[in-house]
Design a protein around this ligand. Structure first.
Ligand SMILES: [Zn+2]
Ligand SMILES: [Zn+2]
Length: 466
């Protein structure tokens, strides 16, 4: 999620070595330590790796009409100690080996190995490294839950046992946790497959940070037959396990622009022999600020920021060109595309006053456009009631919209969708830093709650719509 790019990075060094349990539990998974849940109706599994007993403490797995017991059963499955350790192990393995957009080869392999062990079917590859798994009847309704897999080109500054082993790459946006939580949901849902009144589609997508992972997944048929979709993002703003969302616009549409302003090079001491692009570009920057302040509805939040301005290198020469660029944000497609149009018009027209010309590009081919993320009211309400059942009414928050962006918006453009946050903030551990910070970290206690949230959202959706 680009949500955090506007945040500032707090330079406090944190040692997690003592704060995080030190044992790497992931290896036990492949050494006979598979602690999958047993479905009582499928005890005679052919998988030799499964241990076959259902712990006597397991809740009875009966859900007809949905009630609070169903939520508690799901949460109990997620919070079994061996499950929690397994989830942490998964997340740590992914954290140690971060992979950038469309390069999530090993992350994708790990996911498929886990799904194979659970005997969950999937379609692979989609959009290079992505996959679409399915659990349930195989028939309608189809509901999707999604995780993003990519890391960021950031050097991790957190010193802990499972620090990134790849120089210059880090899971600084929590996508490692998103993947672990969705694999956890797969395990819960597989165990409860006999309760599902339809099909859950689990989407593991590449390249959220690159802006076109979701779009490519859709092109590959990720949303085939799917009537609703949900996704989680970890948040350092909320205490661990607190869930937050809002109906309607949640995250802004985000675009970038770059303008090349051309004049005529000349001696700075004789400016009348040149056509000065620096003066023209400066006027354009000032005029760009008037779009939001004078043309936008004050109740419809929008941003135009010039973040880059480059021209010349010689104190005695007026340069031939100036290149400026920046970003723009809005919470509706109408406002977003209006901003795009006005940015181009203002730059071209304003520099012409100074006898310069301009070309403006918006990186649409590079997929640097994210539409606004808009939560469908009904889907938001679904998340809200599931969250309240799972974590209690005091731990569900209605959050304000934010100017960040997220490529989940491509799904929400196509079908009813809801995006929500789950808190990872723990002052004691030090998980207080914004995403995209080299100091970003999470409280891993969020993992079972997130897995349960995914599973309950999907199962309950099918229960109520199947
Ligand atoms: Zn991000
Ligand atoms: Zn993110």
């Amino acid at each position: 999620m680009d949500l955090w790019k506007l945040g500032f990075f707090i330079s406090i060094s944190i040692s997690l070595t003592q704060a995080i349990a030190s044992s790497d539990l992931s290896s036990s998974y492949f050494e006979g330590g598979y602690f999958g849940f047993e479905n009582p109706e499928q005890k005679n599994t052919t998988s030799s790796r499964r241990q076959s007993s259902v712990p006597s403490s397991s809740p009875s797995l009966n859900c007809g009409a949905w009630d609070n017991d169903c939520s508690e059963q799901i949460l109990a499955l997620a919070k079994r100690p061996e499950t929690v350790e397994w989830l942490k192990g998964l997340r740590r393995r992914i954290h140690e080996n971060p992979e950038l957009a469309f390069e999530e080869v090993e992350t994708s392999r790990l996911i498929r190995e886990e799904l194979d062990l659970m005997e969950v079917n999937y379609r692979f590859p989609m959009a290079e490294t992505g996959l679409r798994a399915s659990i349930g009847t195989g028939g309608p309704p189809f509901v999707a839950i999604r995780a993003d897999m990519d890391a960021l080109p950031i050097q991790e500054a957190v010193e802990w046992e499972h620090k990134s082993k790849v120089a210059g790459k880090m899971h600084a946006c929590g996508h490692d946790a998103h993947v672990a939580m969705l694999i956890g949901a797969a395990k819960i849902l597989k165990c409860r497959e006999h309760h599902l009144k339809g099909t859950v589609i689990l989407l593991f997508q590449p390249a959220e940070e690159a802006g076109n992972g979701a779009k490519r997944m859709i092109e590959y048929g990720a949303l085939e037959n799917v009537e609703a979709i949900f996704a989680i993002h970890v948040s350092h703003e909320h205490p661990t396990g607190v869930i937050g969302s809002r109906p309607g616009p949640l995250l802004a549409g985000c675009g970038f622009f770059r303008a090349v302003i051309s004049g005529k090079e000349g001696r700075a001491g004789n400016p009348h022999h040149s056509v000065d692009p620096i003066l023209a570009a400066s006027a354009a920057v000032i005029s760009l600020q008037n779009i939001v302040s004078r043309e936008a509805n004050p109740l419809d939040s929008q941003v135009v920021s010039v973040a880059s301005f480059n021209g010349g290198g010689n104190l005695d020469m007026i340069p031939e060109t100036v290149v400026l660029g920046g970003t723009f944000r809005a919470f509706s497609n109408t406002s977003f595309y209006q901003l795009r149009q006005r940015i181009e018009e203002v730059i071209v027209e304003q520099v012409s006053v100074y006898r310069c010309s301009a070309t403006v590009e918006f990186f649409e081919k590079e997929h640097r456009f994210y539409p606004p993320t808009v939560n469908d009211e009904q889907m938001y309400n679904h998340v809200r009631k599931v969250a309240i059942d799972l974590v209690g009414p005091k731990n569900f928050k209605v959050v304000p919209p934010m100017m960040g962006a997220e490529d989940f918006s491509f799904y929400s453009e196509v079908i009813p969708a809801a995006f929500f946050y789950i808190g990872v903030r723990n002052e004691t551990l030090g998980s207080i830093h914004t995403g995209h910070s080299p100091y970003f970290m999470i409280d891993e206690d969020v993992l079972p709650i997130g897995a349960a949230a995914h599973a309950a959202i999907a199962e309950r959706y099918l229960n109520e719509h199947g």
